[in-house]
Design a protein around this ligand. Structure first.
Ligand code: MN
Length: 452
C-alpha cells in the first residue's frame, strides 16, 4: 500500500486584514495562523508517515514573496526532505512570475538541489521511488496562453478559438505523457487548474489574470489512479473514478470561505488483481484553521437594540474567531447603541469589524413610479415622499401648497402681486423673466429627479 498526502493552496501571506500585530513577534497573527496550519499538515505527513506529499500549487500571494514568507515555507517543507519523504511542489498561477524570463517562486528548490523535492513547473512525468514502492506523477502546472502558443499563433483568433486550440494542445501533450507511463505502478495526475465542473471559491477574487477552464473529461482518463488538483479553495470531489479531488485551501483567506471545512486529503493505493491494478481510497482530514464568523442582526423593530445586539453576539461562537458584526437599525436608534459595550462583548474574538447599517424609512422600492426611463412630476414625487414621512404629516398640506406655488400652479401666492411670502419666509421677488427660467428648468426630467 502506498500512502500520499495531498494539500494545496497555502497562500501564505494572505488575509492580513483579518489579523492583528502580535506584539511578541512583531508579525501579523494571520501569518502565524498559516504557518501553524501548514505545520499541522507536515506533522501529519511525518507522523503517519506518508510515502509522498503532493502540493497542488499557490504557495504565496505572488511570485515574489517577502523573505520571511519564503523562509517559513521552506522551513516546513525541508522537514519533509529531512524525513526522507519525497515531495512534489506544483507551480500555481500565484507562483508564476510574468515578467522577463518568468520563473516561479518555487524553482529555488530545484536550483538548490533540495533532496527529495521535485518542482513541477512544466508538463512532465516523474517516476518517484518511495519506501512503499514506485509511483508516477504527471505535473501539470497552471497554464497560460503563452505556455502553449506563441503570440503569432494567437493573432487574429477570438478568445474562444484560442481556448479551443489550447485545449487541443493540452490534450495532445497529456497524451504524450500518458503513453510513456508504466502500467504496473500507480499513476497520479497533479494539476493546478480550473476544472469546468468545479464550484468557485475565493480563488476567483485572488487571481489577477484569467486562465482558461479545463473540461473534466481531459483529466479523468482511465489510466489515472488519482487526479490531484489545486487552485479551487473549496474542498470537493469532482469524480469518483478515477478519484479526482480538490483538497481546498488550508486556511481561510476571507469571509467567502467562512462555511467551508479546511484540510487536506490522504490517499491510499492498494494493489489488487485485475485490469485496474490498484484500488484508490481517500480520507479528508480537517485542519484547525482559524474560524470566521458573521453575525448579522436586524434591530429596526427592537425596543432595546443594545440588549438585542449583545444577545446576538453572545449566541455566536466568537471565541478566537475572525468576526464581522453587521447590524441594521433606524437612524433614531443610533443613540441607543453604546459602542463600548459592543466592543467589550466582542473582545473574545481574534479580530472583529463592526458595520452599522442605517435603514432609512424612505426606500426607493416604495416609489415604483421611478422605474428606469420613467419620470414623475415634482409634485407627485413630493406627495410620495410626504406619504412616507409620518413625522411630516401635519405639514403635508402646507408643504404641498407651497410647492404648487413654486411650480407656478398658484401663481401669486409666492411671487404674485400680493408679494406675501408663505410661512413667513422672506422670499425675494424675482423678475418675471427669471421666474419663467426657473419654471422651465423645473420641467426638465433631470431636474425633477434631483428634486427628490
Ligand atoms: Mn490558483
Amino acid at each position: 500500500m502506498i500512502k500520499v498526502l495531498h494539500l494545496s493552496d497555502i497562500h501564505m501571506g494572505s488575509g492580513y486584514v483579518h489579523g492583528r500585530l502580535n506584539p511578541e513577534t512583531g508579525l501579523n497573527t494571520r501569518f502565524e495562523d498559516f504557518v501553524q496550519t501548514l505545520s499541522f499538515c507536515i506533522d501529519r505527513a511525518i507522523n503517519e508517515p506518508v510515502d509522498l506529499v503532493l502540493f497542488g500549487g499557490d504557495a504565496f500571494p505572488d511570485a515574489v514573496p517577502a523573505p520571511y514568507l519564503q523562509q517559513a515555507f521552506a522551513k516546513q517543507f525541508c522537514r519533509l526532505s529531512a524525513a526522507g519523504i519525497p515531495t512534489v511542489l506544483l507551480v500555481g498561477n500565484h507562483d508564476q512570475h510574468s515578467q522577463g524570463a518568468g520563473g516561479a517562486s518555487l524553482s529555488i528548490y530545484r536550483s538548490l538541489g533540495v533532496p527529495n523535492v521535485i518542482v513541477g513547473d512544466t508538463l512532465a512525468t516523474y517516476r518517484i521511488e518511495t519506501t512503499s514502492g514506485p509511483l508516477q506523477v504527471i505535473t501539470l502546472p497552471w497554464l497560460n496562453r503563452s505556455t502553449l502558443m506563441s503570440k503569432t499563433e494567437t493573432d487574429g483568433l477570438s478568445m474562444l478559438e484560442v481556448s479551443e486550440v489550447l485545449l487541443d494542445r493540452l490534450r495532445l501533450a497529456l497524451e504524450g505523457e500518458i503513453r510513456q507511463l508504466d502500467p504496473t505502478i500507480p499513476h497520479i495526475l497533479l494539476g493546478h487548474l480550473m476544472a469546468d465542473a468545479a464550484t468557485f471559491g475565493a480563488e476567483k477574487f485572488l487571481a489577477v489574470g484569467k486562465g482558461f477552464t479545463v473540461p473534466l473529461n481531459i483529466l479523468t482518463r482511465d489510466c489515472f489512479n488519482y487526479v490531484a488538483l489545486g487552485h479551487v479553495h473549496k474542498h470537493q470531489i469532482l469524480c469518483e473514478n478515477p478519484l479526482t479531488i480538490y483538497p481546498g485551501s488550508i486556511e481561510r483567506v476571507d469571509f467567502s470561505e467562512e462555511k467551508e471545512p479546511k484540510g487536506f486529503v490522504i490517499v491510499e493505493f492498494t494493489p489488487e488483481p485485475g485490469e485496474n491494478q490498484f484500488k484508490t481510497s481517500y480520507e479528508f482530514c480537517a485542519v484547525p484553521a482559524r474560524s470566521f464568523c458573521t453575525i448579522e442582526t436586524n434591530l429596526c423593530d427592537s425596543t432595546m437594540p443594545q440588549d438585542d445586539l449583545l444577545m446576538a453576539i453572545h449566541r455566536s461562537e466568537i471565541q478566537d474567531a475572525v468576526v464581522r458584526l453587521i447590524y441594521h437599525l433606524r437612524p433614531e436608534q443610533v443613540e441607543l447603541i453604546q459602542d463600548l459595550g459592543v466592543r467589550e462583548a466582542l473582545s473574545a474574538a481574534h479580530s472583529y469589524t463592526i458595520q452599522a447599517d442605517l435603514v432609512t424609512k424612505v426606500a426607493r422600492s416604495r416609489l415604483p413610479e421611478l422605474g428606469v426611463g420613467a419620470t414623475i412630476t415634482p409634485i407627485e414625487a413630493l406627495q410620495a415622499y410626504l406619504t412616507n414621512r409620518e413625522d411630516l404629516r401635519d405639514l403635508e398640506l402646507p408643504i404641498l401648497e407651497a410647492a404648487r406655488a413654486l411650480m407656478g400652479d398658484e401663481q401669486g401666492v409666492m411671487f404674485g402681486s400680493s408679494g406675501r411670502p408663505t410661512f413667513g419666509i422672506e422670499v425675494p421677488v424675482p423678475e418675471t423673466e427669471n421666474r419663467e427660467a426657473i419654471a422651465d428648468s423645473i420641467e426638465e426630467p433631470s431636474v425633477q429627479l434631483r428634486l427628490l
